[in-house]
Design a protein around this ligand. Structure first.
Ligand code: PLP
Length: 387
């Protein structure tokens, strides 16, 4: 009993206790305010505790807490329809889950069922979740290694392509591949967009070989880059898109959007989940999407994101800025983790780090305003100027 630790110590935990959130602000137990430029990992899309989302959850809880996918449910149908509307008719159906990893697993399963093939390609820097298959496909060695046993990968049919290398992709992918999975803007790799011509080449390779193209928009979707889908910036559309994080502003949910031509490959029982598509998650997601639309948060992400990127590039100690909208990686001239710690302790601002030590990662609520961006830039300048 002496060693009892309530929570398994697998996380790097900040010296901060959060008990409340409103908009772009979170509060500790003493009521002290913190400006949140991290959004709880890109989750608080419409901000913390948007009243519309809170009220929708309460109203749905009064009505029906849960029933499974074995019955029809208007709130689920409405959410799936809404996601298809955002995609402008490019997809035909949606499978709802509880998380991003599950949304990717569903996409990969569909691609494998549709092709009858085993191999899956991913790209260096990509991160697709913590299930054993998605970890096996990680483009980040540190995560992929978690699935190796004595140096041998648990899933032997994954191939990691070099970032942005069209030639390597052409030479590697053939008609034995079921899927190519990519993040159009890589999150954990520091908010790094894949070049549009690389995505176009992957689309062409997928069409030629019959592999299915999957965009993992778990982090970069739901307006984060200044468009509902990051795909919109590139003009390239995949066969499957996975979403999660910002979809219900904190209520666990994942979604896989499926193109029409994949439907004939699927039969009842091929996919399933107990909690995925539950009414609370659907109600929260619908309210979150309505808030994002009505308050024009995607246009705001574009506008304030461009402003923040421009201001960041002027700061001494920021070597480069990458990303889009409110998915921003500030590449510093020093390790970002010490800078993030000082932003928290000296300025009460939350910012993220990434798999690249120098990248400070910003994933704020989509209703961040210019004055918040100004406050962040002033704090970052102060930290970088005073070693
Ligand atoms: N895909 C991307 C791009 C992610 O950033 C993440 C989480 O960080 C995941 C998938 C996994 O999502 P979840 O943690 O909800 O399973």
């Amino acid at each position: 009993m002496l060693n009892r630790r309530p929570e398994l110590p697998v996380y790097h935990v900040q010296p901060l206790t959060v008990v409340k959130g409103r908009g772009v602000t979170v509060y500790d137990e003493a009521g002290v305010e913190y400006l949140d430029l991290y959004g709880g990992h890109a989750v608080a899309a419409s901000g913390h505790c948007h009243q519309r989302v809170v009220r929708a959850i309460v109203a749905q809880a009064e009505q029906l807490l849960f029933y499974s996918n074995a019955v029809q449910m208007p709130v689920r149908r409405e959410l799936c329809g809404k996601l298809l509307d955002f995609a402008g008719g490019r997809f035909t159906a949606v499978f709802l889950t509880n998380s991003g990893a599950e949304a990717n697993e569903a996409a990969l399963t569909i691609a494998r069922l549709a092709t009858g093939r085993r191999k899956i390609a991913s790209v260096t820097g990509g991160f697709h979740g913590r299930s054993l298959l998605t970890l096996s496909l990680s483009g980040l060695e540190r995560y992929r290694a978690l699935t190796s046993v004595a140096g041998e990968p648990l899933f032997a049919h994954g191939v990691v392509l070099p970032f942005g290398d069209v030639r390597a992709a052409r030479e590697t992918i053939d008609d034995s591949f079921a899927a190519i999975i990519v993040e159009p803007v890589q999150g954990l790799a520091g908010c790094l967009p894949l070049p549009a011509d690389y995505l176009a080449a992957l689309r062409e390779i997928a069409d030629r070989t019959g592999a299915r193209l999957i965009f993992d928009e778990v982090q970069c979707g739901i307006g984060r880059t200044g468009a509902f889908f990051a795909a919109e910036h590139t003009g390239v559309w995949p066969d499957l898109i996975s979403l999660a994080k910002g979809l219900a502003a904190g209520f666990p949910i994942g979604a896989t959007l499926v193109a029409e031509h994949l439907l004939p490959a699927l039969n009842a029982g091929d996919l399933g989940t107990t909690f995925g598509g539950g009414p609370l998650a659907c109600a929260a997601a619908l309210a979150n999407l309505a808030a994002i639309e009505e308050e024009q948060m995607i246009a705001n992400a574009r506008e304030v994101g461009a402003y923040l990127i421009a201001r960041l590039t002027e700061i001494r100690g920021v070597a480069r800025v990458q990303g889009r909208g409110l998915m921003i990686g500030a590449v510093l001239d020093r390790p970002a983790s010490a800078v993030a710690s000082r932003l928290l302790q000296e300025h009460r601002i939350l910012a993220g780090t990434s798999a690249v030590p120098e990248v400070l990662r910003l994933l704020p609520p989509l209703n961040l305003r210019r004055e918040h961006a100004d406050r962040f830039c002033a704090a970052l300048s102060a930290v970088l100027e005073k070693p």
